[in-house]
Design a protein around this ligand. Structure first.
Ligand SMILES: [Zn+2]
Length: 352
């Protein structure tokens, strides 16, 4: 790391000197942006954050099997981002579309630290037990640091702030800065039945980069959303909402989505997984929403419940694995790049 830093300083000094001699403005490419890749793992999650200093956080590892398809896609993305190692891998919960790909990933690219919510709480389910056991075996190799995260904690990654808001069914007790207002969307909210799977145990985080706020709650279900958001909105508003649970209807209640009022929502759905019309409608009606982006055209939604092609990374048809990428600046401005269309949409910083 020291060598990297020294090289970085040398490069900065060199570009400064060149800039001075040329009488030019700061050299392009030295801008300090956060990159966020929404990797297509076909209805699972794999979201890679890379800070301006090259520190990385991967939220979830996609599916197991498929000849290492998801590990390959994550490794290719890491290469695109210019990193050779993933510093932190955060596992939201122990379902195969989130933790299943961890062994294949770790065989493909070096990982520093795994972060999770602790024990598997869905021991009655064979699938959850199997992927949890494989993950435990990986941890028992002794090659990795391991953090069991608790609500309220800030994770030890530098260059952005990653604050835990939910973990193992527990929630932050006090509102975060920017939160604390009464939530009008709670008024008519009927409390859904308690979900007993791993989903409501999801390790959820609020990620802050300068003025930009990004919320990821994994597959947290609506029963927990109401605990977190009612009667008081403990989160406040966010800029980017990583749509919970792939846009499935068990998650994404108005009490959450309308209160956080995202400018942009990004849904990591698959063609046949997620993107339920009911959940899609809630996002579409969120106050202040500028755009919803989807990793896939959701077959369940039909044309009435899918965004325009510009905002879709993968259309109907063969699996192409296209991704979406956010590049964000500390002033709160950001842009979204669609790897299928090669087009970028810019979002100016909020005026306030
Ligand atoms: Zn999932």
């Amino acid at each position: 790391m020291r060598g990297f830093l020294a090289k970085g300083l040398f490069a900065a000094a060199l570009s400064l000197a060149l800039g001075f001699f040329a009488g030019a403005a700061p050299v392009a490419g030295t801008q300090k942006t956060l990159q966020i890749y929404f990797i297509d793992v076909e209805g699972g999650q794999a979201t890679l954050f890379v800070t301006p200093e090259g520190k990385s956080l991967l939220i979830d590892t996609g599916w197991p099997g498929n000849n290492g398809r998801d590990a390959d896609r994550i490794a290719a993305t890491a290469k695109d981002a210019g990193i050779k190692k993933i510093d932190f891998v955060l596992i939201t919960h122990y379902h195969d579309d989130h933790v299943g790909g961890a062994p294949q990933l770790a065989a493909k690219i070096p990982v520093g630290t795994f972060i999770d919510h602790g024990e598997n709480r869905e021991t009655s389910d064979a699938g959850a037990s199997r992927v949890f056991a494989a993950y435990q075996q990986l941890l028992s190799s002794g090659k990795y640091k391991h953090i069991i995260a608790k609500p309220g904690e800030v994770l030890p990654i530098t260059g952005m702030q990653v604050r835990v808001v939910t973990a193992d069914g527990e929630l932050i007790e006090r509102p975060l800065p920017g939160g604390g207002k009464e939530n009008a969307s709670c008024a008519n909210a009927a409390k859904p039945p308690v979900d007993v799977t791993e989903n409501p145990r999801s390790l959820g985080t609020l990620i802050t980069f300068g003025k930009l706020r990004i919320l990821d709650l994994g597959d947290l279900t609506s029963d927990k959303e109401l605990d977190l958001m009612c009667p008081m909105n403990k989160i406040g508003v966010v800029d980017i909402y990583i749509v919970s649970h792939h846009g499935w209807l068990q998650s994404g209640s108005p009490a959450l989505v309308h209160a956080i009022a995202p400018r942009v929502a990004i849904m990591d759905n698959g063609a046949k997984k997620g993107g339920s019309p009911a959940a899609w409608d809630v996002i579409a009606k969120a106050p202040g929403l500028e755009n919803l982006w989807q990793l896939h055209y959701a077959e369940e939604g039909g044309d009435a419940h899918n965004v325009a092609a510009t905002f879709l990374a993968n259309l109907q048809g063969p699996d192409a694995g296209n991704y979406l990428k956010v590049t964000a600046s500390a002033d709160g401005s950001f842009e979204v790049f669609n790897s299928r269309t090669r087009e970028t949409k810019k979002y100016e910083a909020k005026k306030n």
